[in-house]
Design a protein around this ligand. Sequence first.
Ligand code: ADP
Ligand code: MG
Length: 285
Amino acid sequence: MKLRDKDFEFEHELGAGNGGTVSKVKHVPTGIVMARKNIIVSVDDESNRKKAERQLKSELKILHECKSEFIVSSYGAFSHDGAVSVCMEYMDLGSLDGIYKKHGAIAEATVVKIAVHVLKGLMYLADNKILHRDIKPSNILVNSKGQVKITDFGVSKQVLDTLARTFTGTQGYLAPERITSGDVYTVTSDIWALGLTLIEIATAKHVYPMMTLFEMMTYVQDSDPPSLPPGKFSPLFEDLISKCVIKDHMQRAGPEGLLQHPYCMDAVEGGISLLEWTNTLDKDE
Ligand code: ADP
Ligand code: MG
């Protein structure tokens, strides 16, 4: 189906990030409610802009082909008035950052379930040769069916760079290997970011608060890896986190390896249902 700007009815804004804004919209011809992300392609030179737009669209096409219950699906993308719009599945409970800011820290048993979903999403992407590159609470979305899915992945560094300063990435979650050498990016860099994300949602606190980028970069390299506050969480959970934030990326496991962690295995088999959890959350209306 061809998506066009004029076929959308705006409902309200859902949030804004580095790259643009996301709105809840209705696609009038089909009646489908979607989340529409508007990315301003702010490259001054016209031919660069065209190039960036083309490249972004070709990558978005790859994302469009990703189909997994652990990945937010895409309805398609189109460009209009110097911006690119990506239309995605609307997730009615929003993102994990919004959820913990509103409802407080997420219980450990739920956090592990979420971790399993994210790991399965990352495994699906890895099988399709895609790295996420931007795992963080705001890129993990939840709906009232009890589904947890990842979004905003795979757009390559080159495209982000060409798309200019608006895209600085999310520096707080950068793995040590990305700081020392910006080019090293492996699937285990996503795991580092997952570790920080799990600590953040389980404690309702950002792991590196109030630091400038430079402070954070030095800090990540010079200090011990982040960990959960002692005595508040189960040893298995502490162990899972410590496996995610091993500083040497060569020693860090990938998604498949971490899914073998005993805590993840237990969570897959039983544990609390995410639907029970999502039933306790407020819907965005
Ligand atoms: P960031 O991820 O850095 O916060 P984004 O522009 O990617 O910035 O997203 C802004 C906000 O929009 C997110 O924090 C999230 O809460 C919301 N959002 C993004 N995609 C969706 C979606 N598919 N469904 C519902 N809310 C979404
Ligand atoms: Mg995002």
